[in-house]
Design a protein around this ligand. Structure first.
Ligand code: TAP
Length: 451
């Protein structure tokens, strides 16, 4: 009998659907289908692969509302954000639809012949994604991987498989060959681990926690398999006294409470220059209290629930002994609600060091530029960050000094599909998105022709 798991609506705590849990044999069967689909996919002319990806993008575009509603139901994302996410998937597909025709190799001058390089696809790529942004993060892997001539097996998190399953169906509706893009539902320890150990999965993309990512990387190292890792973060939002404080304070809640703080790029530490610290908190408080937390299907909602009861307990545990300054509000009732929370902290406090992955932000004072950089870098992570200042030289110096993969000056922007994204230190290995991502799904082959 097939084993199943139950998907829960985090806004109501009610079950939505039973989903099949694949075992190792079923995972192997999907990988075998991917091997065979990849051979014919890679042999198609680049223009045919480009057309197929554009067709997939069009079908996703036509289902944006449906995918968004599914994400509201399964992940508790506010409907406005969920629509952005579904549209983003179509945009990522369209962007990488341009790649098959641009994956040019090189002609290298050599003595006695002709030397050329080819970008060969790996074969089958295994993609393992977390529950916080199920659709978008999956597309960052599957769109460039397919564009480069690979087949993809995708494992969504058991908490949030619904949009991934639907994307798998839409790929078939769009005419992608059977087996080329397969969504396999099941646990990380079985399906995810099989991607790591199976000899026919030639590259793994993992997004999730640093602890599991470290194990996945170790497993891939044993198999000599390349791996891209997008992991946790503890990003700093650095506010200098010369910044537009009103603007910085108004933007700060969105930078950490978006998706209820369950965002690897969440600016979960706000570092404020000491001489404007009190003024900044005065400006921040009304913005936090006004943050609209509630029914994710409501058009006006800015923040929905946390993903699960156990995750809510973990987040609440971070407030033990913490110096809470003020909180916003959250609904009562059966969903996994948690009010946005601002904590005053020092660099050594647990709340200032560990990833909370919830709507809790630590505010810390700093004295000068060097102090700001020191505190910002005083973490194992290095994913994102923001710098608020009107001084261009300072913006340049601090953005070069902070060890993070993705920084933004006078904004909190982190993700654009046309620019590279990824973390330093314990936040990851490799980059996704941007102009080079399709190439990252290829191996360079060099051929010398003697003349
Ligand atoms: P994890 O527990 O690490 O799970 C991530 C994915 O890995 C899930 O699909 C999970 O499957 C699977 N998995 C679990 N154990 C595995 C194993 N032994 N081998 C292979 N796969 C395994 O993370 P999470 O709790 O879902 O996500 C939160 C974390 O992800 C946070 O730390 C966050 O910062 C990070 N994150 C990073 C980014 C980027 S882009 N840097 C983006 C989003 C999230 P099941 O859960 O279904 O068993």
């Amino acid at each position: 009998m097939t084993s199943t798991f139950t998907v829960i609506n985090p806004a109501t705590a009610q079950p939505i659907r039973e989903i099949a849990r694949a075992d190792e044999a079923q995972t192997d069967a999907a990988i075998a289908r991917a091997v065979s689909a990849q051979r014919s996919w890679a042999s198609q002319p680049p223009v045919a692969r480009a057309d197929a990806l554009r067709a997939f993008a069009r079908v996703v575009e036509a289902h944006v509302e449906e995918l968004a509603r599914l994400e509201v139901l399964n992940s508790g994302h506010p409907i406005g954000s969920a629509r952005w996410e579904a549209s983003h998937v179509a945009q990522v597909l369209n962007f990488y639809a341009g790649a098959p025709e641009r994956l040019s190799g090189q002609q290298i001058p050599v003595a006695g012949g002709l030397d050329v390089t080819f970008h060969e696809p790996y074969g089958v790529v295994g993609i393992i994604v977390p529950w916080n942004f199920p659709m978008t993060i999956a597309s960052w892997g599957f769109a460039p991987a397919l564009a480069a001539g690979n087949a993809v097996v995708l494992k969504p998190a058991e908490l949030t498989p619904l949009t991934a399953i639907r994307l798998g169906e839409l790929a078939l509706e769009a005419g992608l060959p059977d087996g080329l893009f397969t969504v396999i539902t099941g646990s990380g320890s079985v399906v995810g681990q099989r991607f790591v150990s199976h000899p026919d999965v030639r590259k793994v993309v993992f997004t999730g926690s640093t602890s599991v990512g470290t194990d996945v990387a170790a497993g891939c190292a044993r198999e000599l398999k390349p791996v891209t890792l997008e992991l946790g973060g503890k990003s700093a939002n650095i506010v200098f006294a010369d910044a537009d404080l009103e603007k910085a304070a108004a933007a700060a809640p969105g930078a950490v409470f978006d998706n209820a703080g369950q965002d690897c790029c969440a600016r979960s530490r706000i570092l404020v220059e000491r001489r404007v610290y009190d003024r900044f908190l005065e400006l921040l408080e009304p913005a936090v209290r006004a943050w609209r937390v509630g029914d994710p299907a409501d058009e006006g909602t800015e923040m929905g629930p946390l993903i699960s009861a156990s995750h809510r307990s973990t987040v609440a545990g971070f407030l033990d002994g913490a110096n809470v300054a003020f909180r916003g509000s959250a609904p009562d009732g059966d969903g996994f609600w948690f009010a946005p929370t601002v904590v005053l902290a020092e660099p050594d406090d647990r709340i200032a060091r560990e990833e909370v992955f919830g709507p809790v932000v630590a505010v810390l004072p700093f004295d000068d530029e060097a102090d700001a950089i020191r505190i910002a870098n005083d973490t194992v992570y290095g994913l994102a960050g923001s710098i608020w200042t009107e001084n261009l030289g300072r913006a340049v110096r601090v953005s070069r000094g902070v060890k993070s993969g993705v920084l933004s000056v006078n904004s909190h922007s982190s993700v654009r599909y046309w620019t590279p994204f990824g973390g330093m230190k314990a936040s990851g290995l490799g980059r996704e998105l941007g102009p080079d991502a399709a190439e990252h799904f290829t191996e360079t082959k060099n051929v010398f022709f003697a003349t």
